[in-house]
Design a protein around this ligand. Structure first.
Ligand SMILES: Cc1ncc(COP(=O)(O)O)c(C=O)c1O
Length: 427
């Protein structure tokens, strides 16, 4: 591994040779060597987050309100990825049969910190590349017959819904949906919707812990308990959850869980995972098959036998977990809630209709509002092209505003001022 001095000198060499003064490599090397002192948080929270913001390479004059689509890896994560390349690409492993390829081994040095972070056992977790891949494993892996029903919400992401649609088209299972109200008023409303839609043919309840459409935090624990009480399997798409809020999979009580830590955990793009509760592992078939696919002793590692893939990405995942732990998930979650509440309040003061749950427990780092007659795509383009503010919406007038902890209050205020300006100009 390169120490910081070596890293900086390598970066300087890079700059000199290639003229890449603005290269990622150089900028990652130039970020502060240490995270802000935790004591600063106690004395001045805003100063703490302002200092922490320096670890992120998003330019200072850009406001990024779309962490819900993908996060941005901070400098320590990037440095770990570069270290991973440095280690892997020499192909100098001690054992002549040892190759740096994710997809053929246990990679416990990465699974262990991940399992600890999400509250499960190492043997229950498989390192995959994103939630879509993990959802496909779930939808393809269960023994289901034609006519068996999978119950989901009408707010699933295509990477959650379509694996089941494919299975339905090919093998005749039935996909049924409950319609979530906008906003979801409380947990009981969701539980009642699911309870009422369950039939004797329901085999699986599949839902996003935090659906992409509105960012509502669904009552996952209660939904999984409902499923269990009726001998129905629970599969949860948790693409947004790790790194946004604290997560303990065993406490959640789901049978399966998928995720994309490259969103809120700010991990390397192309890192995901599949959790399968120990008691369920033997009931899930592999989708990708190579050596080990039929070895039950491998437990969930069986699902991570995906063929050659990129180990330095896993170095980044591990560093992202360490980064979040250093800050503290409690602080991160609190900050996500504070910032989302702030933007939501300000938007409703401006006449926006809230599609964010009024129940504090059902919201975290995403606020969603409806702002007719504004056309969201016109606003998105204007915000980005004239103000360097990146937002995400949905047709025709929905705005989904993600508030990651590295966003500063002045960034949110810049967005609000820009929104006012747009409204005035397009009245
Ligand atoms: C709820 C949900 N599931 C799945 C996905 C797909 O994630 P990925 O593209 O990382 O597989 C997303 C992406 O936004 C999502 O919001």
């Amino acid at each position: 591994m390169l120490d910081r001095r070596q890293f900086l000198s390598a970066a300087a060499g890079f700059t000199g040779v290639l003229g890449l003064r603005e290269s990622l490599f150089v900028r990652a090397a130039q970020a502060p060597a240490k995270l802000p002192d935790p004591a600063l948080y106690g004395s001045n929270e805003d100063a703490y987050w302002t200092e922490l913001r320096k670890q992120f390479l998003i330019p200072e004059d850009e406001v990024y309100l779309n962490n819900g689509t993908v996060g941005s890896s901070p400098a320590p994560v990037l440095r770990a990825i570069f270290d991973g390349y440095n280690e892997c690409e020499k192909l100098a492993q001690d054992d002549p049969e040892d190759y740096p390829i994710w997809g053929y081994a246990s990679w416990n040095e990465f699974r262990d910190p991940l399992a600890a972070f999400v509250g499960c056992m190492r043997d229950e977790i498989a390192l995959l590349r994103n939630a879509t891949e993990a959802n496909s494993y779930i939808a393809n892996g269960l023994d289901l017959k034609a006519g068996d029903e999978v119950l989901m919400t009408d707010q699933e992401h295509p990477g959650g819904e379509h694996p089941w649609n494919l299975r339905a088209k090919r093998y005749g299972i039935m996909v049924k949906k409950v319609t979530l109200p906008k906003p979801v008023p409380n947990a009981a409303a969701v539980l009642n919707l699911f309870n009422d839609a369950i039939t004797p043919r329901t085999r699986v309840i599949f839902f996003s812990h935090i659906p992409t459409v509105t960012g509502v935090v669904l009552p996952a624990k209660e939904l999984c308990a409902l499923a269990r009480s009726k001998s129905i399997l629970s599969a949860v798409d948790g693409a947004h959850v790790p790194g946004m809020m604290r997560l303990n999979l065993r406490e959640l009580g789901c049978d399966m869980y998928s995720s994309s830590p490259h969103k809120w955990l700010q991990a390397t793009k192309g890192t995901g995972f599949l959790y399968v509760r120990d008691e369920m592992i033997d009931r899930v078939w592999n989708t990708i098959a190579t050596e080990g696919w039929d070895d039950p002793k491998l437990r969930a590692e069986r699902f991570q036998r995906i063929g050659s893939s990129n180990v330095p990405a896993l170095w980044g995942l591990r560093a992202a977990i360490q980064f979040a732990n250093q800050i503290g998930m409690e602080r991160i979650e609190k900050r996500h809630r504070q910032m989302a509440d702030y933007i939501l309040n300000e938007m409703t003061k401006r006449g926006a209709e809230s599609w964010t749950s009024p129940e504090p427990a059902l919201r975290c780092g995403i606020a969603t509002v409806n702002v007719p007659p504004i056309k969201r795509m016109d606003l998105e383009n204007w915000m980005w092209k004239t103000k360097k503010i990146r937002i995400r919406g949905g047709e025709p007038s929905k705005l989904r505003l993600s508030t990651p902890y590295y966003l500063l209050k002045k960034d949110v205020d810049r967005f609000l001022a820009a929104f006012d300006e747009y409204k005035r100009a397009h009245a």
